[in-house]
Structures are given as C-alpha cells and as structure tokens.
Design a protein around this ligand. Structure first.
Ligand code: FE
Length: 216
C-alpha cells in the first residue's frame, strides 16, 4: 500500500473550535460537505486532540477556512500546540457566534454546526454536523493542504489523518528545516545566519528549539 496516494486527495486547512469553560480549537485538514439542502458536513478529529472531547460534550463546533495568504501565526498557534496547555485564543482575532468561538484571523469563511452523529473510526472520530450558520468573510482563495505541503513546506502533525512518515528532501544550500513542522530557515533570506541565532531561539511556526532543525 502506497500511503502517498492519499496526497492526491484534496484537503484544506481548517480550524475547528468549540468551548467548555474555555475556548479550544485545533487544525484539521478534513472537512467534507455531505448534503446541500439541509446542509450537513463531516470533520475528522483525532481522539488525542483535546478539542475532540470538548466537541463531544458541547455537541456544537465552528470550522473556519484558512486563506492561502495566511501568515504562520494561526498555523503555529492552532497546529502545533494543545488547547489543554495554552489559551490559543489569547492573541487571535475571533468572535463568539451561537455560543462557540469562531476564529476570524486569516480566515475567508466559517460555518457553525450542531453535532448530529459521531462515527468512531479508530484513531479519529468523524463528527457529522448540521450547519446552523455559514458566513463568507472574504473573496480570497482558500489554502489547500497541497499548497501548505508544497509551497510552505508544512508537515502533517502526527495526529492528522493524513500523517505519513516522510524523509527530508535534500536541497543543498544553507537552509535548515524544522523536523516537527517543516518550517524552513533560509540563511540567504534572513539577516541573521541560522548558526548565529541565540540558543533560546524558537521555530516561528511550532515553537521547538534550534536542535530540532536539520540542515538541508
Ligand atoms: Fe517548527
């Protein structure tokens, strides 16, 4: 079985959010529209994501659709940290809609859903949601998962349904790649060389230290 085949399927970059006593959310790349009249959608969320259990309790969630020109900030906050440990909404533009938080920063649209079914798929749960609101915020293009992977050199976190063990591609220049998130530090585009960065420097996308970078 060649798991790279699954990269030929189109995926996007979405933040799913909900709340208990605090706001929680995480990135997902799987959002499927299932029906159009009485619209329903499905999302796949890893059971190890804190957001998963909060959705089960709340029975309501929002999904925000990331724009292609998004900065690393939203990807970093919602993609590589756990809502259990940090308040992801602290410095993020969001709004409370129908009793759930909706991330608006770098987003082009959002939907709010009530959970009508949960399908246990092993490592992930498939949440079927009845759409109770949908709002367009901008006419910009959505970021596809392919764009994130190929242009931003982003990696699937281990908890993503599309995660595949991959090898680092050798490019042969003064570039350093984060082994966790795929962020590339290119000496030729930065004012400070990678080797001269202070020891407490952290990956701007996922927050790990310099020791997690591999020279390409
Ligand atoms: Fe990183």
């Amino acid at each position: 079985m060649d798991l790279k085949v699954f990269r030929d399927i189109s995926y996007g970059m979405y933040v799913v959010s909900t709340s208990n006593e605090k706001n929680v959310g995480c990135f997902i790349n799987t959002l499927i529209q299932i029906t159009s009249s009485n619209p329903t959608v499905a999302i796949s969320v890893n059971k190890e994501n804190y957001t998963n259990e909060v959705i089960k309790n709340k029975k309501r969630f929002s999904v925000s659709i990331l724009k292609e020109s998004a900065s690393d900030k939203v990807i970093s906050v919602f993609g590589y940290h756990s809502s259990k440990d940090v308040d992801k909404f602290e410095n993020i533009l969001y709004e409370e809609v129908l009793d759930v938080p909706v991330v608006k920063e770098d987003m082009i649209s959002y939907i709010v859903c009530d959970v009508i079914n949960v399908v246990d798929c092993g490592s992930h749960d498939l949440f079927i949601g009845k759409v109770i609101d949908s709002v367009k915020l901008s006419d910009e293009s959505p970021m596809t998962y392919k764009y994130y992977h190929e242009v931003l050199k982003g990696k699937s976190p281990k908890k993503a349904p599309t995660y595949v063990e991959e090898e680092v591609v050798l490019e042969g220049s003064n570039k350093y790649q984060c082994s966790v998130c795929g962020y590339i530090y290119d000496d030729s585009k930065e004012s400070v060389k990678f080797s001269d960065l202070p020891d407490d420097w952290k990956c701007p996308r996922c927050g790990v230290g310099k020791d997690m970078f591999i020279k390409l």
